[in-house]
Every structure is written in C-alpha cells, then in structure tokens.
Design a protein around this ligand. Structure first.
Ligand SMILES: Nc1ncnc2c1ncn2[C@@H]1O[C@H](COP(=O)(O)OP(=O)(O)O)[C@@H](O)[C@H]1O
Ligand SMILES: CC(C)(COP(=O)(O)O)[C@@H](O)C(=O)NCCC(=O)O
Length: 392
C-alpha cells in the first residue's frame, strides 16, 4: 500500500486528548515511530490494513494550551498536509477541557471534539494497559519494585485511584462496569499550588527536586515529639510516625522564611501522598477490594511518593491490600479515549479511521525503572508502546 494513501495518514487519524485541570495529555499513533514516513502495512484477508507502529505520548501544561495547539498543527495537521482541518477532523477528547476548550480547538485548528466521559476513559485506559501491555503494573515497597503478573481472568474488582489535580476513586468491576465511589480535592493540584506558594518554586519539577533534598521531620510533628521520644505502641504508632503534618510549625516560633524550602516541599509531598493512601485504603475497605491501582501525573514514577502511598496502604490494611502503580500512569484517560475509536465508524478521510489496537508491547529493561528527578521533555514523556492497529 502506498504510504501516501489517505488510510495511511495515521498521524492525523489516530490522536486522542485528555485535557485536565493542570495538564493536557496526547496519545497518537505513529507508524514505526515518531514522524516515520514508511510504516509497515499488511493488508489482511478481510480487507483490514494492519499498521505497525507506536503509540506515542506527549503532555503540555493546560495553562500553556497554545503550545499544544502548535504541536498538533505542526506535527499532526501539517504532517498530513493540512493547514486547518475545517471542521472535518474529529478527535476523541476527554477531561474537563474537552468541554472548556472545544470552541478554541475548532476555531484554531478546525478540530471538533468527539467527547468521551472522563471516568469511562480512565477505566478503559487502565483495562487496556493491564490486558495488553506486559509489565505495566508494579508494586513499590521498601525500595523494591516488583512487576505484577496480571491474570486476565482475575482482574476485577479493583480500585482505581487517579491522582490528577484532584483525586477520583473508582471501583472497577469489569469492562465498562465501574462506579466512582469517592474522591478528594487534596490532590496533585494541592501539592503544586501550595508548594508554589510556600517555596516560591516555579514548576512541578522544581518542587519535586526540592522535596528530594528535604527532610520532613524538620516540620512534621512526630509521635516521638509528643511522647518524649518513645513509641505509642499500645495503638501501634512508632515514635517516627507522623503525628501531625506541619505540626512543628505551631511551636517552633519560626516564620516561613526560617524553614528550608526543601523541608517544606518534603512535608507537603508526604502529607498529600499519605492522605491519599489512607483514603484509598478506607474506600478499598468499604467494598472489600484488595487491589488498588494508582494513576495520574502526580505520581510521576517518583520513589518517595510511591513508597509513601504503599506504606500508608500497607500500614492501614495491615498488609491485606496492595498498592500498585502503572508505567503509563499519566496517560490513562488519553489512552482510554484513544481505544474508544473502535466503537465508531466514519466517513470522510479526515475523520479518524475506525481502528482497534491489535497488540501492544512495551520494551523495558530492568534498569530503566524510575526517574528520581523526572524528565522535563514534553514529547514522548511516557514510554512509547509498540503496537499494530487495524484500519478498516
Ligand atoms: N510537568 C508538570 N507540570 C505540572 N504538574 C505536573 C507536572 N508533572 C506532574 N504534575 C502533577 O500532576 C498533576 C496533574 O496530573 P494529571 O493526571 O495530568 O491531572 P489533570 O488531568 O487534572 O491535569 C499536577 O497537579 C501536578 O501535581
Ligand atoms: C473533578 C475531577 C474529576 C477532574 O479531574 P482532574 O482534572 O483533576 O484529573 C477531579 O479533580 C476530582 O475528582 N476532584 C475531587 C472532587 C471531590 O471528590 O471532592
């Protein structure tokens, strides 16, 4: 098949967006990798074309939405020879921004959003990853990362905790069978917002870097601070457990400026992560769920965050419940929206092709696991997923 065939213009056809309160996430299919002109296409007996390639990932700050528009214009529309799609190009979009920015995308790029529900997309994204991508889920405890073998016949029920700007907790019972059972407004947006105010740092990466160098015990009030250095063993609290986040600031007689921003950032990260871990466990307990998957860009593969969440879940559940993390944590909604193309038929060349993701493989080595200080690159921020898709 001629790569210039309209059915091959997958850069334009296979794109999904998740526009959240803080970040815009993009998932797009690129035949044989980024900007590749000659993906391999196999035409099946049934007339379907099977295209080999990659799912690529990119993210942008929602407040810098113009960067995202430029990216789509330059790398997706123009790559396909289109300046302005003149309302013919409909893409799957989810998240609050699919409503808020629909007019902007239509006006600037001629792209019309085909909206997918945010919770539905998150669940579809996680189910897709767990069923299709090997070594996607892992546990993290005491500095040890372990990939979890997912038994497709024993996947449900589970609790999905998505930590974005705010936090949603969803009980998942099957494909398309789910219920949002809880949430909290103390999420990634709280960490970043309070962090900016308290430490004067300018970005999430800066805040994470600070937190990496800090010591939360300088500001947090520990059980030992209250109990004269001893454990409160009768109720199972060790002297080093945090009794009150930021509690030392009550009586230290210090101003904000007297604390190191590193220590403030560390306490804040610990406070938010701990709280989410605890609420997640309580909700798992409500419904007897043993497996909790954590997603959302707040996690960013950060060891300290995952360790804090895992310890909270382990501690409160007395080892009964398990916290698990996902390699593509930040792109759950966008992936879910991407996979929903398969439910749709189309008519014009510029509309998304009907496709199904056939097979997906993430290449990963054992030493690539975590980024202490996350990469700042926008494009391909998640690991690309090798896959093939069916075009009909
Ligand atoms: N580069 C970044 N810029 C801003 N926030 C980031 C970044 N990386 C991770 N985060 C964290 O992730 C959160 C957003 O997570 P995300 O899952 O994208 O949620 P949303 O859909 O609400 O934007 C932010 O509130 C912040 O805590
Ligand atoms: C409103 C939201 C679903 C939006 O998703 P987000 O952009 O934060 O990923 C989320 O922020 C949320 O669930 N907030 C918590 C609200 C609450 O349950 O109190």
């Amino acid at each position: 098949m001629d790569p210039k065939d309209s059915r091959f213009s997958t850069q334009i056809s296979h794109l999904a967006l998740d526009i959240g309160g803080t970040l815009i996430k993009l998932v797009y299919f690129s035949p044989n990798g980024d900007n590749c002109e000659d993906g391999s296409i196999v035409v099946g007996n049934n007339g379907c074309s099977v295209v080999q390639g990659r799912l690529c990932f990119a993210k942008f700050e929602t407040r810098k939405i113009d960067d995202c528009l430029d990216f789509i214009r330059l790398n997706i529309l123009q790559h396909s020879g289109v300046q302005h799609a003149r309302d013919k190009f409909s893409v799957k979009a989810t998240g609050g921004g699919a409503f808020k920015f629909a007019d902007l995308f239509k006006e600037k790029l001629g792209i019309v959003f085909d909206k997918e529900d945010e919770m539905h997309s998150l669940v579809c994204g996680v189910n897709f990853l767990l069923k299709t991508v090997p070594r996607e889920a892992f546990t993290y405890l005491d500095g040890q990362k372990e990939f979890v073998q997912i038994d497709h016949n024993d996947l449900y029920p589970y609790l999905l905790v998505n930590i974005g700007s705010g936090v949603s907790m969803i009980k998942v019972d099957g494909d398309g069978k789910y219920e949002r059972i809880s949430g909290t407004s103390l999420g990634g947006g709280t960490f970043l917002g309070l962090g900016k105010l308290l430490t004067k740092c300018k970005s999430f990466d800066e805040l994470l870097e600070l937190s990496h160098q800090g010591n939360n015990r300088v500001i947090d009030m520990l059980v030992g601070d209250i109990y004269g250095g001893t454990d409160y063993s009768k109720i199972g609290l060790s002297s080093t457990a945090i009794a009150s986040s930021f509690g030392k600031a009550i009586s230290d007689g210090k101003e904000l400026e007297d604390y190191q921003p590193e220590d403030v950032a560390r306490s804040l990260l610990r406070m938010i992560s701990n709280n989410i871990g605890q609420i997640a466990y309580l909700n798992a307990l409500r419904f007897g769920l043993k497996r909790i998957f954590f997603g959302g860009f707040f996690i960013r593969g950060l060891e300290y965050t995952m360790d804090t969440i895992s310890v909270a879940v382990h501690f409160w559940s007395r080892g009964e419940a398990k916290a698990m993390f996902l390699r593509h944590e930040g792109f759950l909604g966008a992936l879910g929206a991407f996979t929903s193309y398969k439910d749709q038929s189309h008519s014009t060349d510029l509309k998304p092709h009907h496709h199904t993701v056939e097979r997906a493989v993430v290449k990963c080595s054992d030493d690539d696991s975590f980024r202490h200080i996350p990469v700042t690159a926008n494009v391909n921020d998640g690991e690309a997923i090798e896959c093939s898709i069916n075009l009909v």
